[in-house]
Ligand binder design. Structure first.
Ligand code: GLP
Length: 244
């Protein structure tokens, strides 16, 4: 779906999230959301905060799993996705702390493989993800699944692409300060979600959106794997859709 601008598009996505939360509330169940970071979902989170403050939307029955985190990364570092989620969403709503899951960037390397399996298991235990929201990196990554990622990949430690590190350099005051690795849910993990919404705004994303939607399905552009699923929706502004 193409919207005139990212604000209108973000409102629609926030409304969809609200619907899921309310529907689950009405049957006494938890809503399980897969969340993303980056500039793209910021207005969705702002809209959800507004719904909480102005309309009393409660997040007490919401469980969240974030896609990824840099590695290594301390949660109290200002570039961490923990800090990002707190600042943009969690500190403004009534979600229970124990319901928030973000990959742990502080683990010793030898513990990561087990931790990643546990992350997957936890998602299953909670009943699976009802809605996964995604942005897209200019390499075609979703989460931090860079080119070369397998379609059935699970949560794991990955090496970041050079372009991804360059794109993140502003946040870190130079590319040399951007971690070279990250822990990310896999393409296979993302695919298990019952619904997936990928959002992209601005001309900067137009060429990768063209590849993701119309290009040959290949690990060279991991987002092309989304073409294989019926449960995926792309929500774009006019500029991001301009090459389709
Ligand atoms: C980061 C995140 C991705 C995100 C991408 C795009 O690398 N790990 O989940 O989709 O960047 O970022 P932005 O939304 O800022 O364009």
């Amino acid at each position: 779906t193409v919207y005139p601008d990212q604000y209108e598009a973000s409102k629609k996505v926030a409304n969809k999230i609200k619907e899921i939360i309310l529907q689950k509330q009405s049957i006494g169940k938890n809503a399980v959301l897969g969340l993303a970071t980056g500039a793209t979902p910021v207005d969705v989170y702002a809209e959800l905060v507004k719904m909480h403050k102005e309309d009393g939307l409660s997040f007490k029955n919401v469980i969240t799993f974030n896609l990824d985190e840099y590695y290594p990364m301390q949660p109290d570092s200002k570039q961490s996705y923990v800090a990002f989620m707190d600042e943009n969403l969690f500190s403004h709503i009534d979600i229970k702390r124990e319901n928030i899951h973000i990959p742990d960037g502080t683990l010793p390397k030898e513990d990561i493989a087990n931790y990643c399996l546990e992350y997957e298991n936890k998602i299953e235990e909670m009943g699976g993800i009802d809605l996964q929201i995604l942005g897209i990196g200019r390499t075609g990554h979703i989460g931090f699944n860079e080119p070369g990622s397998a379609p059935n990949s699970g949560t794991r430690l990955v090496t970041l692409d050079d372009l991804t590190r360059r794109d993140a350099s502003r946040d870190f005051g130079g590319k040399e300060n951007v971690p070279t690795k990250a822990i990310t849910m896999g393409i296979g993990t993302i695919f298990k979600a019952r619904e997936i919404i990928l959002m992209a705004w601005s001309r900067k994303k137009a060429s990768i959106i063209k590849k993701a939607v119309e290009g040959e399905i290949s690990g060279k552009v991991p987002a092309t794997y989304l073409q294989l699923s019926d449960n995926v929706k792309f929500v774009l502004d006019r500029e991001a859709a301009s090459e389709l």
